[in-house]
Design a protein around this ligand. Structure first.
Ligand SMILES: Nc1ncnc2c1ncn2[C@@H]1O[C@H](COP(=O)(O)OP(=O)(O)O)[C@@H](O)[C@H]1O
Ligand SMILES: [Mg+2]
Length: 221
């Protein structure tokens, strides 16, 4: 059976006391398993909010979000964080590596959180694919921005989540490094059969996706 993400009439209001700000308005969207999907739109359009509600980082105000038959909006905090850990990888614009852990331990953090033993063979394959195999003993601040983002990608992929979300993953990188990093992220997702949803302001990067979705004022254009 095809594994889909399905948003049904999803709305998000921020600061509901005294009439909230509608960041998402009645969004209906299906993302099939394995799709590479680019989200574009002006600053403030609701792109981050869309990614955050799909990845259990933010509650919806209205509507349902299904991963296959599982409605993630009905989960309590503990259920949502467990679900997230095992099914969703997230790449942030600012990498968000742990400054006190070396690169290897940053990548392996999801295994620690999941109380699972590290799949060292898989981690080795990941770091080779991402070209960071010689950086494992270093600390994050010894790496370039592009290398740090590759570490963040490896961490997001470590537990083999079915879905990867990336919110302007190359927004902090120069354009050459941005393309290289995005190309690696897309080829990793394709090779491993992950669904990938990424936000970008860059039309060339958006064109690398199977589908481009534009958000305008909290609605799909
Ligand atoms: N925590 C918040 N509280 C109140 N308003 C917010 C919050 N987060 C985002 N917003 C508002 O919601 C709208 C959409 O934000 P966001 O999803 O971050 O847009 P984008 O990622 O497309 O720039 C913006 O107008 C923003 O100011
Ligand atoms: Mg944003």
């Amino acid at each position: 059976m095809n594994q889909n993400i399905r948003l049904v009439d999803v709305s998000k209001l921020y600061g509901t006391s005294g009439g909230g700000f509608p960041a998402l308005k009645h969004v209906n969207l299906t993302i099939p398993k394995g799709e590479i999907c680019a989200i574009v739109g002006a600053s403030g359009a609701g792109k981050t909010t869309l990614l955050n509600v799909m990845s259990c980082l933010t509650d919806v105000t209205e509507g349902e979000i299904f991963f296959d038959d599982t409605d993630i909006t009905k989960m309590n905090g503990k259920e949502a964080s467990d679900y997230r850990l095992h099914n969703i990888g997230f790449v942030f614009q600012k990498y968000q590596l742990m400054p006190t852990l070396n690169i290897h331990d940053n990548i392996c953090l999801p295994y620690v959180l999941a109380k699972e033993s590290v799949d060292e063979a898989y981690v080795t394959q990941l770091v080779q694919n991402l070209g960071i195999e010689s950086e494992l003993e270093k600390m994050p601040d010894q790496l370039s921005g592009g290398q740090q983002q590759r570490v963040a990608i490896a961490r997001a992929l470590a537990l083999k989540p079915s879905v990867i979300f990336a919110d302007e993953p190359t927004g902090n990188l120069d354009s050459q490094n941005g393309f290289k990093t995005m190309d690696l992220l897309i080829s990793c997702a394709k090779e491993l059969g992950h669904t990938l949803v990424f936000v970008t302001h860059n039309e060339t990067l958006a064109a690398m996706a199977d589908r481009k979705i534009e958000i305008v004022d909290g609605e799909i254009a």
